[in-house]
Every structure is written in structure tokens, then in C-alpha cells.
Ligand binder design. Structure first.
Ligand code: FE
Ligand code: ZN
Length: 454
């Protein structure tokens, strides 16, 4: 039974589209059932258009013949490759320096950058690239494989320089060759990533820091999120670390543990996740509370733990890359935010937007080395942000943020744990039980609050 033109027009209107008469004709000649037409509507990508004409329908028909949309998962890190000695550290920093230098050399003002030793010798106007060795009041020291030099920051410089990040310097070498008076500090930075063509629109839900096993785990709120998921239209669920509360993570943690055995904590998490429809793919990375090494990058949860979860769950490393049908996402737990926030005079745990932006400008997930966050001296630096994602996801701070910076979403996903004793001591007030939901249709985030009973 072919649908009448009226029925067809109504069906499209219900989905927010006006349909032209030639398009209606084309559809009626091809399809008979309502289901087929609904499928076609889901393939329409008339993004900024309200009117569906013949051309739009033809495009949607073509798209049907294309292969399934791509989901790519890059586990950045699997097997440790460390030399726990001075050579190991050297090769780690060499990798960091080279990867970031490559990015900096692509910036026009950094063309013709020369080694620091040459700059001191030649004098005059120079461009150099170096890793920040120390940060002073109005100056920094940078170094490369050839030497170290002091850099006076430009008068009008209002930005922030973090220890161990890699920056470019444009300036004039003073006569003795030991100081550069900089006119410009250049960060690797990033340009707007091109938006992908989405074939069939979908939603991604992002949460973090569930902390199962803690007495402060908000189980009721979490269950309310899980039941919301069922009819949410969400296709992918990302869980950004601190899946459980763990054991022995901080002093006297035991007093705040409901489940004192780590395996049992994961078992409980598996039980909860089994309520998520199998059609939703779940990607999980570990955080500093999980049962893997603390040093970053962190490997995925071990097989004996991951195998407890339902088959729609995939355990990834921290950090990890996803390409969900064209949407490129970098998942990182965010433990480095402690060190970054503490190095920034104007940032704190209620106000860390700049810390998130700084990560992206420095193109490094953990620019500062050797403070609270342990970084494993892998042969290669996996924490460099080599490609610019559409969405950079962090967590760990137990509150939510959605910032857009030059077409990149920087989002911090919330926790499912109420204030702990430690957080109270630190005068930190978490904003728990929120889910962030990204919709490809309008390319935007919504924040959903599950903290009050629905
Ligand atoms: Fe956490
Ligand atoms: Zn954490």
C-alpha cells in the first residue's frame, strides 16, 4: 500500500521537513511501506534546509548503497616499552620534542627555525623551538638537543607558559648570545577541524568517574541515567575513567568504601552496565582509581576484568582515539588537570576552562612532567595531541564543562559520586550525576541532570 501524498507530507512534517511535490513523487514511486520511508528520512542530511526536494532524496537514496559507517578505535597504548633509566627518559623527551616540533614547523611564523646553539652563535633576529626548562616571572628558559637559552617574554604577553611544553620563540638575540628578547611566543595550537558529513544522525552520551564501590557512589541517580538511556536514541556511550573507586588510592579510603574488594567493584559495575541495551556500544577508559598502573599512558583494563562486562563494552587505553562515523573523539581521563590547574594563577577546580584550552594549545594532554601525575617514560610520547579531535573528553574534576574553541568541543564529564571526605577537606564541591549528550544533527551538547528524582 503506497502512502498517499497527504500521509507522506505529514510524515515528513513530523520530522521537521517540508517536502516538495517532485520529491514526494519520487518517494512514492520507490517505496511502499512506512518503515522504508522512515529509514529514508533518517538518512536525509538536509542539515540547514527545511525543504526536502528531489535532489536531497536522490542523495539519500545513493547513500543507501554505500557501505556501513565506520567506527574506528585506536587504542593508543597497549604494551609498555620503557627503559627505566636515564636513556629511557631521554628517548621519551626526544619523542615529545620531535612530535611537537613537527607541528610547530607547520606554522608560518616558525618557518626557518634554527637550533638554539646556532641562534646564540649567530645573534640577531631568530626563530627557535624549545622545550620549556623553567618558568620565571617575566622570562622562561627553553632547551633543545643543542643547548639552552633564556627568553624574556614579550611586554604584552598575557598567556601562560607551562613547564615542559614545547614552544616557538621569535625574537632578537642579545649581544652575548645568552638571552633572546622575544617578540612572540608561538604555541603549537590548532586549526578548526573540518566537520564530517554524517550519513545517519546519532547521539553520543558521555559520562565519567562512576566510582562504583564508594559509599558516596550515587547508585540511584546512576540507575535513573541507565533507564533514561533505553529510549534515548543514544548509539554510543563513553565512560571516561574512574569506573570504580578502587582500593588503597588515598589514605583511609577504606572507611569510605562500600565494596572493599576491587574485583567485586567491577562485578557490580558489570551488573549495572548489563542494563544498557546491547545496541548501544560502550567505550571505557581507565582513570587513576582503576586497576591498572597509575603512570600515563594507562593500558586498557586487563582481560580478566574486561571480560566481566557485557559484549557491547570495549575497554580502551587512557588516552584513546575514536572515530565514530566521522566524529573524531579523544578520550583522556584528565588526571593531569591537577598539575595544570595548580600551575595557572587564575585557575582552580571551579574555574578550569583555561586549563582545558591550554592542553589543546600546547597539543599535549599532560604538558607538565614530574609533579603529581606520574608519566611513564615510554619510547614514544602517546600524550601528544597529534591530530585535532572534534571532541576532547576529560573527566576527573567531578563537574561538567562544555566549551567550544575554534570548532573543537572541550568537554569535562561529570561524576556519579557525591562529596568525599577528602574533597570536603579541600573545600571542593562536586557537581555529580550529569550526563553530556552530543547530537550530530545540530552538532551540539545537552547537559542532563539526574541528581533529582525523575
Ligand atoms: Fe574521579
Ligand atoms: Zn580521577
Amino acid at each position: 500500500m503506497t502512502l498517499s501524498v497527504d500521509e507522506l507530507v505529514k510524515l515528513f512534517l513530523n520530522h521537521g521537513y517540508l517536502i516538495s511535490s517532485d520529491a514526494a513523487e519520487l518517494i512514492r514511486s520507490r517505496f511502499t511501506t512506512r518503515e522504508e520511508i522512515l529509514q529514508l528520512i533518517s538518512r536525509i542530511s538536509a542539515r540547514d534546509r527545511l525543504v526536502v526536494d528531489r535532489e536531497v532524496v536522490e542523495e539519500a537514496l545513493d547513500r543507501r548503497l554505500e557501505p556501513e559507517p565506520v567506527v574506528e578505535v585506536v587504542n593508543l597504548y597497549k604494551v609498555p616499552n620503557i627503559e627505566p633509566n636515564i636513556e629511557g627518559f631521554k628517548s621519551y623527551f626526544r619523542s615529545r620534542f620531535r612530535k611537537l616540533t613537527r607541528i610547530l614547523k607547520g606554522i608560518p611564523s616558525m618557518r626557518g627555525a634554527i637550533p638554539i646553539a646556532n641562534a646564540s652563535r649567530l645573534g640577531g633576529e631568530v626563530r627557535v623551538i624549545g622545550m620549556v626548562y623553567s618558568v620565571g616571572n617575566r622570562h622562561i628558559e627553553i632547551e633543545d638537543e643543542t643547548g639552552r637559552i633564556r627568553v624574556i617574554l614579550p611586554q604584552d604577553f598575557r598567556g601562560i607558559v607551562l613547564p615542559d611544553e614545547v614552544v616557538g620563540v621569535v625574537g632578537r638575540v642579545r649581544s652575548r648570545g645568552d638571552v633572546i628578547a622575544a617578540t612572540e611566543i608561538v604555541k603549537p595550537g590548532f586549526s578548526r577541524p573540518p566537520k564530517p558529513e554524517i550519513r545517519e544522525h546519532f547521539r553520543i552520551a558521555i559520562i565519567s568517574d562512576i566510582h562504583v564501590g564508594s559509599k558516596k557512589f550515587l547508585e540511584r541517580e546512576f540507575r535513573s541515567f541507565l533507564s533514561w538511556l533505553r529510549d534515548s536514541g543514544v548509539k554510543y556511550l563513553l565512560v571516561n575513567g574512574d569506573l570504580v573507586d578502587g582500593v588503597g588510592i588515598y589514605p583511609d579510603q577504606e572507611e569510605e568504601l562500600e565494596i572493599k574488594d576491587v574485583d567485586k567493584q567491577y562485578e557490580r559495575l558489570a551488573e549495572l552496565l548489563s542494563q544498557v541495551p546491547r545496541s548501544i556500544r560502550i567505550f571505557m577508559i581507565p582513570g587513576n582509581h582503576d586497576a591498572v598502573r597509575q603512570a600515563e599512558p594507562q593500558p586498557p583494563l586487563p582481560e580478566d576484568i574486561c571480560s566481566m562486562f557485557p559484549e557491547n563494552v570495549q575497554c580502551l587505553s587512557n588516552p584513546a582515539w575514536l572515530n565514530l562515523e566521522g566524529v573524531r573523539i579523544l578520550m583522556y581521563h584528565g588526571t593531569s588537570l591537577n598539575d595544570i590547574v595548580e600551575s595557572m594563577p587564575n585557575a582552580d577546580y571551579q574555574n578550569f576552562d583555561d586549563a582545558l584550552k591550554e592542553m589543546l594549545r600546547a597539543r599535549h594532554l599532560a604538558p607538565i612532567y614530574g609533579r603529581k601525575l606520574p608519566i611513564a617514560p615510554e619510547k614514544e610520547d602517546y600524550l601528544v595531541i597529534e591530530e585535532v579531535p572534534h571532541i576532547l573528553v576529560t573527566g576527573h574534576i567531578h563537574s561538567t564543562r562544555v566549551i567550544q574553541e575554534r570548532g573543537v568541543y572541550l568537554v569535562n564529564a561529570s561524576a556519579w559520586q557525591s562529596q568525599t571526605r577528602y574533597q570536603k577537606l579541600m573545600n571542593f564541591h562536586p557537581v555529580p550525576a550529569r550526563a553530556l549528550v552530543f547530537d550530530t544533527r545540530d552538532w551540539s551538547f545537552r547537559e542532563l541532570d539526574f541528581s533529582s528524582p525523575r
